[in-house]
Design a protein around this ligand. Structure first.
Ligand code: MRU
Length: 354
């Protein structure tokens, strides 16, 4: 039985079990299962295999994971403690390469330990718990603020197209790209939501469609290749997508297919909004060229979803998990601190200098 996903947090710290609790997203929408992870290898595998996924959720999972690692370190000596914490952090950092939130969250945890190096190790561990919980809790407020800003850009009855899943399941609550729909629904708005299925891992078909239909939004699932027809029909008034890493010049790296959508949106004059918490903006990446794009196993394309393998044995398959929408295709970036309009390079720099 599938429960209402929105009643649960996607990722949290279960103190009683001393575990990271996540909704296993690889099982959705067929089965709803919360799994509890304590071992670093299991947390790493959960991120790698997309049991927990979406940039903000990955960051929160890694922060909680690193706190659990800190609990296991049996030394009162700060240097020994920090060395082991750093090793655990470096290990979790290898789980996925593209979403900057992973590195941002681990960096925040390491910083909390370093800032308090004069304190007893037991106190530092308590502070790491507080930092992980802060990263978790802040995500809820950040997503809500993105939702409010996004909602100001659309009106009741609009058609909204989204890609992949940047909803509640990609964050702790509300999501980023789907937050405007959640908040709009709370105010009684009706949107027509088009969810791109998102080949090859079907985050749109499996997750966004589930989220949107579970809150009663008028939801239509389309194949990725149908997006241009839906836009040509005039059914889409705005596109909202999430982001894994936004470069300083505004190039937005997100699930593979995002860049194509942005190009089509420009052709049909549909506003293309990238929802990105400031934790997703990497001012050290000058442009998309500085962003590592994850490549995943060919089997995800050739056979994973089929009863029988659909592609010829031995066929070469190229499976990049992300692409980058060029900055000049983006109507605006929606952050928790406000809406950033072009020129993105200049206005993002201004946002960070505030
Ligand atoms: O490979 P995934 O499922 O982790 O990719 C997720 C996305 O591309 C999301 O759009 C992005 O992480 C933003 S989530 C708010």
């Amino acid at each position: 039985m599938i429960k209402n996903i929105t009643e649960y947090e996607t990722v949290s710290l279960d103190e009683e079990r001393g575990a990271l609790a996540i909704i296993d997203q690889t099982k959705l929408p067929g089965a709803f299962e919360i799994i509890y992870l304590t071992k670093q290898e299991d947390i790493h595998r959960a991120i790698r295999s997309l049991q927990v996924r979406g940039a903000p959720a990955i960051g929160v999972a890694a922060a909680i994971g690193l706190y659990l690692a800190a609990l296991e370190i049996d030394s009162d000596d700060y240097d020994v403690f920090y060395g082991r914490l750093k090793a655990a952090s470096s290990y979790l950092a290898t789980s996925r390469p593209t979403a900057v939130n992973l590195f941002w969250a681990l960096g925040r945890m390491e910083g909390a330990a370093r800032r308090n190096s004069a304190l007893p190790v037991s106190r530092i561990v308590e502070l790491l718990r507080a930092e992980a919980i802060a990263i978790h809790d802040e995500d809820i407020g950040v997503c809500r603020a993105i939702g409010e800003h996004g909602l100001s850009l659309i009106k009741d009855g609009d058609g909204i197209l989204t890609h992949c899943n940047a909803g509640q399941l990609a964050t702790v609550r509300y999501g980023t790209a789907l937050a405007p729909v959640y908040l709009g629904r709370m105010k009684g708005f009706n949107f027509r939501v088009f969810t791109c299925e998102t080949r090859p891992l079907l985050q749109g078909a499996r997750l966004s469609s589930l989220e949107m239909s579970s809150i009663g939004a008028d939801t239509t699932l389309i194949c990725d290749s149908m997006a241009s027809q839906v836009m040509k029909n005039g059914w889409v008034q705005a596109i909202f997508v999430g982001c894994d890493r936004l470069a300083a010049n505004g190039d937005a790296c997100n699930k593979i297919g995002t860049s194509g959508l942005a190009i089509i949106a420009k052709h049909y004059d549909v506003p293309f909004y990238v929802c990105a918490p400031t934790s997703t903006i990497d001012m050290t990446a000058r442009s998309a060229e500085d962003i590592v794009i994850e490549e995943r196993p060919p089997e995800e394309i050739t056979e994973m979803w089929f009863k029988e393998r659909m592609a010829p044995e031995g066929i070469k398959a190229y499976n990049p998990a992300f692409d980058c929408a060029d900055a000049d295709l983006i109507t605006a970036v929606i952050t928790e601190r406000g809406i950033v309009r072009p020129p993105l390079g200049r206005n993002l720099a201004a946002l960070f200098s505030q």
